[in-house]
Design a protein around this ligand. Sequence first.
Ligand code: GLN
Length: 218
Amino acid sequence: MATRNRIGVLDLQGGVLEHINHLQALGLNPVRVKEASQFDDLAGLILPGGESTCLIRLLNIFEIAPKLKEAFADGMKIWGTCAGAILLAKNIEGNNSQLGLMDISIARNAFGFQVDSFNAKVKVPKVSNDEIELTFIRAPKIKELGTNVKALLEIDDYVAAAEDENCLATVFHPELTSSLAFHKYFVQKCGVKVSTDSDEHLSRTSWMKLARITNPSK
Ligand code: GLN
């Protein structure tokens, strides 16, 4: 049996590089997963944010979904960020479920349009002692949790982060912030060692730029 000791990021569509970058900042050598043959040594897989209908089509076109489910049944853990969380959900309001590996019910585009995207700073005690910056981009809301699923972060009428023994789901994007806390949390959940104590990674993504208008027109 293969040893599962690496972390992969599904590399078909969406925010792949930012996850790779965060995993590298933790001292890992992550796998960019494009083919079914790449699951064998994975302890964990990140399903990135992007567009869930596009992602599931690509998973099916490239015949990756069955092997992904096989690896999951064999112990590979999965973290779905945003669109990735939608793929994981057993129930997607108004749609058919996709991978259906986590007992959560999720509503897509639950905050409105792309322009309704936002950043927030919150404490997620199980994940970090510090406040963590979170980026919500046309995010879904987790509406219900199965009995084996626990909320890591609840806001207003929804759950923003949840986990069970084998899955982590976040409706926001920690990979678009300087925080490594969620990546560290997932990597440790997978039983893989990280080589840094720091929770911060200072390389900036476009989402972290402060909008500053230097030459306003008169
Ligand atoms: N709105 C997208 C969807 O429903 C998810 C957005 C994201 O991943 N940032 O698939």
